[in-house]
Design a protein around this ligand. Structure first.
Ligand code: SF4
Length: 365
């Protein structure tokens, strides 16, 4: 649908343009839309972010320290000169518990967002359409889907899309936190929405559920202890004291979201979920020992269209070794011994040796 530019009085034009963008975002399948001023810097969030970096909590994620001004404001040359508004959108990827229970076993050890096809392409297409509308309405517009280092949760909270819960994630009322975020930054001056007050109350379920105690306190996560960081972004050996907590998680972790009542309530509602988020059927044909022995060719096939490639071939093998050790199944000993003796990455050889020790100790007990 193409919307003509509005040329009536300025105040009226802003209201109708905002309404048009909201309607189009919902028509495109976004579950929530919010509007925030893009030309007012996120000073408080940015200061918290700076101390996060100063404390070294970004671990090996060096890109998080790049382009600090793009994190503070969106109206500069890093994002879009003259930007006045950021339109924040959320797309739900969570599925019903019944659908998830039918996923292949290996897929259930992968964070929900990564079980299906890579979401970026689908989300980018929708964002491009929304940006096209903003241009048709008379503004410059730039869609963002992880292209720039913006503090998207903070912008989304400012836009009233949701509130940041004690688990540090954006919770969209009625939709939950299993959402992908995207933005349209535009020079259109649109009326901002009011932020939503935090609604966690006395609940501490996410903090109590974290298998590696990664929360220092409510709202403050140390990513270096978080299973999502350890299994996806961390290169090299995973510290031994954290391996037990990894349990059977091969790629990422959803525990602090699974226990959140905002997601439980949301899951009970019928909802149209993109097929892209359904578990990739390829996971039926892959086992943990397969991942231990994955060669370059096999890895290229596996990562095609899937977010799991981000962990790297050796990272997936390391994670598979740790999961096998935690499962304690002696049938995995042969594959682990091969990885211990022959894998090209030293930290995979070490993880395999650790797992063998664990399985043998369990057998002796
Ligand atoms: Fe807030 Fe409870 Fe959800 Fe944690 S689990 S984000 S404390 S509501």
């Amino acid at each position: 649908m193409i919307f003509p530019p509005r040329a009536s009085r300025l105040g009226f034009a802003r209201v109708t343009a905002k309404d048009d963008i909201r309607k189009e975002a919902l028509r495109l399948g976004f579950d929530a839309v919010g509007f925030a001023r893009a030309d007012v810097p996120l000073d408080a969030d940015y200061e918290r972010y700076r101390s996060f970096l100063d404390d070294g909590k970004h671990g090996e994620m060096a890109w998080l320290a790049k382009a600090p001004e793009a994190r503070r404001r969106l109206d500069g040359e890093h994002v879009l000169p003259g930007a006045k508004t950021v339109v924040c959108v959320a797309r739900r990827y969570g599925r019903s518990a019944d659908d998830e229970a039918a996923d292949p076993e290996l897929a259930r050890s992968i964070a929900r967002y990564a079980r299906g096809r890579d979401y970026h392409n689908g989300l980018r297409k929708k964002l491009r359409k929304l940006a096209k509308l903003a241009r048709a309405l008379g503004g410059e517009a730039r869609p963002l889907c992880d292209e720039e280092p913006v503090l998207e949760r903070a912008w989304a909270a400012r836009a009233g899309l949701g509130f940041v819960g004690k688990n540090g994630l954006l919770i969209v009322p009625g939709v939950g936190s299993l959402v992908l975020l995207g933005e349209i930054v535009t020079t259109l001056p649109l009326e901002p929405d009011a932020p939503i007050a935090e609604r966690c109350g006395a609940c501490t379920r996410c903090l109590d559920a974290c298998p590696t105690n990664a929360f220092e306190r409510p709202f403050v996560l140390d990513p270096r202890r978080c299973i999502a960081y350890l299994t996806i972004e961390h290169r090299g050996a995973i510290p031994e004291p954290l391996r037990d907590g990894i349990g059977d998680r091969l790629f990422g972790c959803d525990d602090c979201q699974t226990v959140c009542p905002f997601n439980a309530r949301s899951q009970r509602q019928a909802h149209d979920v993109d097929r892209r988020f359904e578990a990739d059927p390829r996971w039926r044909d892959v086992s943990l020992p397969d991942l231990l022995a994955l060669d370059d060719e096999g890895f290229v096939r596996l990562r095609e269209g899937s977010p799991v490639g981000r962990a790297t071939r050796a990272g997936l093998a390391r994670n598979a070794a740790i999961v096998l050790g935690n499962k304690g199944d002696p049938r995995a000993l042969h594959a682990l011994a091969r990885a211990r003796d022959a894998h090209d990455a030293s930290f995979v050889r070490e993880a395999a040796a650790w797992s063998i020790g664990r399985i043998e100790a369990k057998a002796e007990r």
